[in-house]
Design a protein. Sequence first.
Length: 220
Amino acid sequence: MRRYRPLKKSIGIVGEGLTERMYFDYIRSSRRYAFSLKPDLPSHTDYAHIFSKAKSMIAKGYDLVFCVLDIDVILHEHLLQDFQKACKELPKSILPITSNPCIEFWFLLHFLDSPKSRVYESCESVINKALRKYIPGYEKTETYLSSFQAFIRMEQNNGLQQALSNADSLLSILNTKSDVSCCSFTEISLLITFLETCKKCDFSRNCKSCSDGLPTVFGC
């Protein structure tokens, strides 16, 4: 008698650029997530094209798609209201995961003993003023990132748990202020926590506990 094996969730991650793709490829491998995680690199990096790519993935059969987005340019170009409207129009199967200003702020949180409610106005300021103190020579290039050495260094000394705690604390502060421009933050902690929860049920499509009620700043 053939044994029934429940189907696994099909989860996609669409990032804005090379850094997101390389980081989540590393996470998939290092955390040994037993499902098909497909970070993608769209031909255009503005949020409209990323959302369009996510919708096409849902149409192809994905259960959930996470859109990993930096909002520094959105804020700089005064597009926040349009972005919020676009997020509200997304189906529940597409979840925006945002960072202000960029994913490198998430990297930085791996090294801080406690979070600081401050604003980094650009990705360059995060890298030049803070991140390179902990990862000298950090670069947003394929040659540099493909070695995964920066990501490995981040997770030393319980760095991932530190980043998760720091990010969640900053999100709590953001919830009280209700203004995304008032402090730097990242929701990548929510995505990592989601993946860890799904790992416990082996990413079974029949499990509802790891796919319902993920609160995001710009979610529906």
